[in-house]
Design a protein around this ligand. Structure first.
Ligand SMILES: Nc1nc2c(ncn2[C@@H]2O[C@H](COP(=O)(O)OP(=O)(O)OP(=O)(O)O)[C@@H](O)[C@H]2O)c(=O)[nH]1
Ligand SMILES: [K+]
Ligand SMILES: [Mg+2]
Length: 492
């Protein structure tokens, strides 16, 4: 009977709804015939600019601009004089590369021109390419879209590539690179394989259920595979917000009583004068948000009004906004004046904000909080006269910079916990789209467990598998693809 099962497993693996098949996206598909070209390096004056083409007329374009020479050897750089094919006017002496399809980035015939980066050279070569029959300028993301259409990249890899291009911090770069390397896709493929096996078992039961020869416990095997998978998906989903935070920035909110030095700290961490600093309590009223690279992690840093009651209506509105923002924080930076710890406003802040936040996240799962005692330069040489019940804290002076390194190190640790460390651990779900499909897959596994009969159980597994397939690539609607490719620049 084993042979029967194996055949089924193989059939399921080859079946028409095989998960994670790289499917054609349709738009910008190869059959369209157009050959596209664009400047692929950045705009503006630079040493070298890279212009590339993709499509069936790439070879012709390369020959037209380098006439009378023949096509260079595939995939190796050759020095050529570029001339305008119409006027014969020399444009530049450039390195050219020829990538015949399908062994190219897009899977089509591609050519690259590494020209000198002056604007006149670049526009001259682009104009010359525009005059070659069959060539047209590329739209944003069109090269990548063609790579996807030819199965060169999966959808999660495309997303990784988009993120890599937009990565601004080290942690974002590492996460994007891992996704581009297909780690999220591999994980999905592993899950999909488990589902395929479970489905094969269930189908075997449907086909041979009455057959006495059917190996015992076939459905139990499927059950235990589905159970294990559900646990894995659940664990991953619980991590879900971390990958997204890493992609779009963790919310770090600076709070404290008036005049503690919150705005001074925001300016210090963002290395620019974002907020007004003054000796007058109640200076900051609105929430001021600034994107920063905090110890290698992307963060949205919010400066807020000092927390105190009973002031004028404008300041009270500021305090209300500050409290609202505090609720949305992934990480709270609580600031106190180290030389003023016994004041009513400091004590009140400790009692109403710091202590409850620490109590709420005993295992570090809730909002995190770092307590910073600023203005350490004002303390007597013997150190601070701290009450013993003060929670763990860091000493800092925004004025002298003392303690900044320690604070950055603490921030790195906290943000690694908030965003997930992109270098270790399983690949994170970086987009809401990933989370949606994973949740839908998990829901379908729930339907499997509660299915009234085997046929419906098998159907639930197919639905679950469909969601994994859509997460990883292909089968996506045009709309999803448009959203993803829109992130790209022209030339990518
Ligand atoms: N000595 C000393 N003074 C500081 C330090 N940090 C800030 N100050 C001063 O403290 C005063 C208040 O600083 P701000 O940054 O405006 O404080 P804030 O908490 O944003 O104040 P509000 O927005 O009014 O709530 C200013 O005069 C700063 O120059 C520090 O480390 N040492
Ligand atoms: K102030
Ligand atoms: Mg302020």
């Amino acid at each position: 009977m084993w042979r029967g099962l194996w055949t089924l497993a193989a059939r399921a693996a080859r079946g028409p709804c095989r998960p994670c098949v790289r499917q054609s996206s349709g738009a910008g598909a190869p059959g369209s015939g157009a050959t596209i070209f664009a400047l692929s390096s950045g705009q503006g004056r630079c040493g070298i600019a890279v212009i590339r083409t993709s499509g069936p007329a790439s070879g012709h374009a390369l020959r037209s601009l380098t006439a009378p020479r023949e096509l260079p050897r595939a995939r190796s750089a050759s020095l050529r004089l570029l001339t305008d094919p119409r006027s014969g006017e020399p444009l530049d002496r450039a390195l050219v590369l020829w990538f015949p399809g399908p062994h190219s980035f897009t899977g089509e015939d591609c050519a690259e021109f590494h020209v000198h980066g002056g604007p006149a050279v670049v526009s001259g070569v682009l104009q010359a390419l525009g005059r070659v029959p069959g060539l047209r300028p590329a739209e944003a993301g069109e090269f990548t879209r063609r790579a996807f259409a030819h199965g060169k990249l999966s959808l999660t890899e495309v997303e990784g590539l988009a993120d890599l291009i937009h990565a601004e911090t080290e942690a974002q770069r590492r996460q994007a690179l891992r996704q581009l390397d297909g780690e999220l896709g591999q994980l999905c493929r592993g899950w999909a394989e488990t589902l395929t096996k479970a489905l094969a078992h269930v189908e075997a039961y449907i086909d041979f259920g009455e057959d006495d020869n059917l190996e015992e416990g076939v459905l139990e095997q499927a059950d235990s595979q589905v159970r294990e998978l559900a646990v894995a998906l659940d664990t991953h989903l619980r991590d879900a917000r971390r990958g997204q935070r890493l992609r779009s920035g963790a919310h770090v909110v600076v709070t404290g009583p008036p005049n503690a030095g919150k705005s001074s700290l925001v300016n210090l961490l963002s290395r620019k004068p974002v907020s007004i600093v003054s000796p007058e309590p109640g200076t900051t009223r609105d929430v001021l948000e600034t994107p920063v690279d905090l110890a290698g992690f992307p963060a949205l840093l919010s400066d807020t009004a000092g927390l105190r009651e009973g002031q004028g209506p404008v300041e009270q509105e500021g305090v209300r906004r500050a409290r609202e923002r505090l609720e949305q924080a992934d990480l709270i930076l609580a600031v106190l004046d180290a030389s003023d710890l016994a004041s009513p406003s400091s004590c009140d802040f400790l009692d109403t904000v710091v202590t409850p936040a620490i109590a709420r996240s005993p295992n570090g799962n809730g909002q995190r909080l770092l307590l910073v005692l600023n203005k350490s330069d004002l303390l007597p040489p013997g150190g601070p006269d701290l009450s013993p019940e003060l929670p763990p804290h860091l000493l800092l002076s925004c004025l002298t910079g003392a303690g900044l390194d320690g604070l950055l190190e603490a921030l790195r640790k906290e943000l690694a916990a908030v965003c997930g460390n992109p270098s270790t651990g399983p690949p994170l779900l970086t987009r809401a789209r990933h989370q949606h499909h994973l949740q839908a897959c998990l829901d379908a596994l729930g339907s499997y467990r509660h299915a009234p009969d085997v046929a419906l159980a098998a159907e639930a597994l197919r639905v679950a598998r469909g969601h994994l397939a859509r997460l990883h690539g292909g089968g996506g609607t045009e709309e999803v693809l448009d959203i993803i490719f829109r992130d790209f620049c022209v030339g990518k």
